[in-house]
Design a protein around this ligand. Structure first.
Ligand code: TYD
Length: 213
């Protein structure tokens, strides 16, 4: 099932999806559109918080346990109180920084290859999927300078070799969806372009999202 007015951003670590969410937020506000909601995975919920501790390396679990946790977090994100379904029903457009495609790619690459698909096959799909593509070297430079700025460490997946595999896996997963789900709009974004230029490109696609009357 495809959810209208649901938009997802995906890509390897360090592609700038969070910056784009912020830029679009400002753009929608300037247009007087307050019917837009920005969200992300892992979520701010309790499962999401546990996932963050795992990603930082503080808590250790198997790769497959992490796949289950991401799916549980996602279920709450979609179906929980004030979740994405509820927001869409009440007339919001929802942008999510990552969604099930991250699980298919990251957990597919790090754990049992078939498990992410089993866990994620019943979640609804977005109307638009923007895949932010960039070479992993540039992305890792961004990740490392951000970590230095924040005086924080890097997360478990933020390693150049792994990110290279992830970029390739995204391409495979996206090709599969293009064939299987032609009604889902998949747009690849060149994430090496200046941020304002990227915002402009996305804006041309999403500017007509619902407005409060
Ligand atoms: P990310 O959006 O990069 O968070 P931040 O930039 O704020 O640290 O997501 C955190 C990490 O979680 C990233 O490496 C991708 C990973 N991830 C998965 O492995 N599976 C998933 O299902 C999701 C949603 C994220």
């Amino acid at each position: 099932m495809i959810l209208k007015n649901f938009i997802v951003f995906e890509g390897i670590d360090g592609t700038g999806t969070t910056t784009q969410m912020n830029n679009l937020g400002k753009r929608f506000s300037a247009e007087g559109n307050n019917r837009i909601c920005f969200t992300c995975e892992p979520t701010e919920g309790e499962t999401g918080k546990l996932i963050r501790r795992i990603l930082s390396g503080e808590v250790r679990v198997t790769a497959d346990t992490l796949a289950y946790l991401f799916a549980a977090d996602r279920n709450e994100h979609i179906s929980g109180k004030n979740g994405i379904l509820r927001l869409l029903e009440t007339g919001y457009a929802v942008f999510s920084d990552r969604y099930l495609f991250s699980s298919l790619v990251y957990q597919g690459e790090s754990g049992s290859p078939d498990l992410p698909e089993k866990l994620n096959k019943d979640f609804p799909l977005p109307e638009y999927l923007f895949l932010f593509d960039i070479n992993p070297e540039t992305a890792m430079e961004r990740v490392l300078s951000r970590a230095a700025e924040k005086k924080s460490g890097t997360e478990i997946f933020e390693k150049a070799e792994f990110q290279k595999k992830i970029r390739e896996k995204y391409k495979t997963v996206i090709e599969w969806y293009k064939r299987q789900e032609p009604d889902m709009n998949i747009i690849t974004v060149d994430a090496s372009l200046p941020p304002e230029e990227i915002t402009e490109k996305i804006w041309t696609v999403v500017k007509n999202m619902p407005k409060i009357m």
